[in-house]
Design a protein around this ligand. Structure first.
Ligand code: HEM
Length: 178
């Protein structure tokens, strides 16, 4: 009697093709998910640093309002407010650098908003916000040199412009109107 040797079933060529496609798609989906997750982490910290930076920009002019109101004889109060302002400015500068660096990663690294109208408008507002930040430094210098000529009312109005910058930037990036 002739023995019949049975072979284990080999891969069916058609099925193998589909299995490879499915495995490749699963790998692609896993890569996308990992990239998506990294992107979301970067965006989350971008928002955290932006919020913290603006907290500094909201509070610094409040300190200037107080500095502008200090009576000429209150040396200790003036020095205390100047120290608080210097520390807050330094910390806000660090937060600004981190917020901008992560924003650049989202824009140039992940390509979000490339060529979009809302992104150009947002960048213009970001430049204005950086200008506002540096203007705060020169106002602080004015107080340090006892050269401030502006009223506390002026500083109150100045304070509001950072709120407008913040609101306009958030609307642009969330609503993306154009
Ligand atoms: C160099 C400066 C900046 C660049 C290049 C930048 C870029 C970006 C990009 C590409 C996104 C992702 C948008 C999306 O997922 O649809 C984003 C998100 C965001 N950015 Fe910025 N950004 C910068 C500064 C700022 C500033 C100053 C603010 C202050 C208000 C801000 C607020 C936000 C907010 C709130 C989001 C979240 C939007 C959302 O998820 O819907 N960014 N940024």
């Amino acid at each position: 009697m002739t023995a019949i040797r049975l072979r284990s079933p080999g891969p069916v060529p058609g099925l193998l093709f589909f299995r490879r496609r499915i495995a490749a798609a699963a790998r692609g989906a896993a890569d996308n998910a990992a990239m998506n997750s990294a992107y979301l982490w970067v965006k989350a910290f971008h928002i955290v640093f932006v919020a913290a930076w603006f907290a500094g920009l909201f509070y610094l002019p409040r300190l200037f309002v107080n500095l502008a109101m200090v009576a000429s004889g209150s040396h200790a109060e003036r020095e205390r407010l100047l120290l608080m302002s210097r520390k807050l400015y330094r910390f806000a500068t660090l937060l600004m650098v981190l917020a901008l660096a992560l924003g650049l990663v989202l824009w140039l690294g992940y390509g979000v908003g490339s060529g979009a109208g809302w992104m150009h408008a947002k960048l213009a507002l970001v430049v204005a916000t950086i200008g506002y930040h540096h203007f705060c430094r020169s106002l602080l210098r004015g107080f340090e040199q006892s050269a401030n000529r502006r009223s506390e009312r002026w500083y109150r109005v100045f304070n509001e412009s950072s709120v407008l910058l913040f609101a306009a930037t958030v609307v642009l990036v969330v609503v993306k109107p154009f």
